[in-house]
Design a protein around this ligand. Structure first.
Ligand code: FES
Length: 117
């Protein structure tokens, strides 16, 4: 079911909004790459992400090389610091196996919709 959740200007870039559709609690994120929606709870122990600020992370690199990347696309749990790609819900670099459920988001005529399945 596709739900209207607001107009684009109601979502600031690099911020998120909590929304509730039926019994589902979602976070909708506006990033530099677009809109994404995830469940509110961390798949590890179920704590709420609470619209934590999206960040970047240290990328895999050679010894003694430090490369920061994915700026504004990493959702880091405030409890145990597991990191996920906000676009896919996948844990970064195969460090964990649990993923965050994501929901498709679309924009039509400045209206933002999320598809809840
Ligand atoms: S509850 Fe999120 S990483 Fe542990």
């Amino acid at each position: 079911m596709k739900e209207y959740i607001g107009n684009t200007e109601q979502f600031a870039e690099n911020e998120c909004r909590k929304i509730r559709i039926g019994k589902k609690k979602l976070l909708v994120w506006r990033t530099k790459e677009g809109f994404y929606a995830t469940r509110e709870e961390c798949p590890h122990q179920g704590v709420s992400f609470e619209c934590t600020k999206l960040t970047g992370t240290m990328m895999p690199s050679n010894p003694n090389e430090f490369e920061y990347g994915m700026d504004g696309l990493v959702l880091r749990c405030p409890w145990h610091k597991w990191e996920f790609d906000v676009r896919t819900g996948e844990p970064l670099f195969g460090t964990e196996t649990k993923t965050i459920k994501t929901f498709p988001v679309s924009v039509e005529d400045n209206k933002v919709f999320v598809e809840v399945t």
